[in-house]
Design a protein around this ligand. Structure first.
Ligand code: GUN
Ligand code: ZN
Length: 431
């Protein structure tokens, strides 16, 4: 039996980083392209006609004018916040206390965690998202739930137990020791099993004591192959609070660095209100900044100056930050990144936005050798986008001078109706 499948359509490929080289040199769309899948992997990418001739035995699916692109990689989310997305009227610290912590407490029940994990992966697959880096809750079972649901789908996810030993309700607090022990046990259970990637996960400096940050820094040193994910400088009130909690620290980033939690495999969500020293230090160690523009707008955190960080050489990824973010859609998130850029006089091109949502985020997670591009050897994790998915988008696309105008209209106005199909590990899971 033939295990090969040839997908033809318009194909999006990368040959560089369009944030640091001209986008037209780094990103290509082949209007008559093809992607050959064999099992879970991509084995060839090229011209449709040549691939058809060379692989006549392959099952053929023709997507016509649709854009075949790498599946979206959402580099910072909270899957446990799925059911409380779009909660009204609060800024960060009140929003956490009012909406987030009560919802996260429900994840003490493994059945509830399993229900939401499955729901979350279904909702995001419908949006073309194929990999996420998610915070779990303080409960180890919430990590098991997401990894198990992802394994069932053959899907790569990054997650980790959220650690908090202060400034959180009693039923959501661990200790420095239990955070270390539980995280270590989860690493032994999951890291590198199938497509599972563990991230050591201190929520943020205000909800950890220095002892807990130190314990997690020691754990990361023992498991340097793991990622580490946290939050950094999201709102000015939060930054001021960190200053009172860590009076010795030079700045917010230093609260992590002083405890062994700064490095290239570190993912720092938001990072809007940074000092020049923090930017220099992130660039020096290649710490990853994850841009969360829908969340930054929704919670009123501000507009990140993404290109200023890119110019300094800070590696960048893109994320919804659900449920602080107001959407599960990476198309909406790209639109919000465009709008945030406009606040700083930077009009990000559609090619740059698509790169951020795929290869850029994959690189943030150190997974660019596995996901985030259409290239031989990568997992066949794909999104297929209808570039005329609604009457409003179709009439705009009719006026387009080139395909990039079509892509931009879908970024700005598209939603899950634009996602014709999502492929994960060589299997079509929607559409
Ligand atoms: N900072 C600490 N925890 C959170 C969270 O759950 N969401 C967001 N947006 N910021 C945070
Ligand atoms: Zn977050």
């Amino acid at each position: 039996m033939c295990a090969q499948t040839l997908l033809t359509g318009q194909t999006l490929t990368f040959s560089g980083d369009p944030l640091v080289t001209p986008w037209a040199e780094a990103v290509q769309i082949n209007s008559a392209g093809g992607v050959l899948l064999d099992g879970a992997r991509i084995v060839a990418v090229g011209d449709a006609r040549a691939l058809r001739a060379a692989h006549p035995q392959a099952r053929h699916i023709d997507y016509g004018r649709d854009l075949i692109c790498p599946g979206f990689v959402d580099a910072h989310v909270h899957y446990p916040q799925t059911a409380m997305i779009a909660s009204w009227g609060k800024r960060l610290i009140d929003w956490l206390a009012t909406y987030t912590f009560p919802e996260e407490a429900r994840f003490a029940d493994p059945d509830y965690a399993a229900l939401i994990a499955a729901r979350y992966l279904d909702l995001t697959a419908a949006q073309g998202t194929t990999t996420v880096a998610s915070f779990a809750t303080v409960h180890p079972g919430s990590v098991d739930a997401l990894f198990a649901a992802a394994a069932q789908r053959g899907q790569c996810v990054v997650t980790g137990k959220t650690c908090m030993d202060r400034n959180a309700p009693d039923d959501l607090r661990d200790t420095a020791q239990s955070a270390y022990d539980d995280s270590k046990a989860l690493i032994a259970r999951w890291q590198g099993k199938g497509r599972a990637q563990y991230a050591i996960t201190p929520r943020f400096s205000p909800t950890s004591t220095p002892d807990q940050l130190r314990a997690l820094g020691a754990l990361w040193a023992e498991h340097p192959d793991c990622l580490m994910q946290t939050h950094l400088s999201e709102q000015p009130d939060e930054v001021a609070w960190v200053r009172t909690l860590y009076p010795q620290a030079r700045d917010y980033l230093d609260t992590y660095e002083a405890h062994g939690l700064l490095g290239a495999r570190g993912l720092y969500g938001h990072a809007i209100h940074l000092t020049p020293r923090e930017i220099d230090r992130l660039a020096e160690v290649q710490g990853r900044v994850i841009h969360c523009p829908t969340s930054n707008a929704f919670i009123g955190s501000g507009a990140l100056d993404l290109m200023a960080l890119a110019r300094r050489g800070v590696p960048l990824g893109l994320a919804t930050d659900t449920g602080g973010g107001s959407s599960f859609s990476m198309l909406h998130t790209m639109a919000a990144a465009y709008e945030a850029g406009q606040h700083h006089g930077q009009a990000l091109h559609a090619a740059q936005l698509m790169w951020l949502a795929t290869q850029g985020s994959a690189r943030s997670l150190h997974l660019e050798g596995e996901i985030g591009s259409l290239a031989a050897g990568r997992f066949a994790d794909l999104a297929v986008l209808d570039l005329a998915s609604t009457p409003a988008i179709a009439q705009r696309a009719n006026r387009s001078a080139d395909v990039w105008e079509d892509v931009f209209a879908t970024i700005m106005m598209g939603d899950d109706r634009a996602v014709r199909a999502t492929w994960i590990g060589g299997a079509c899971v929607t559409g």
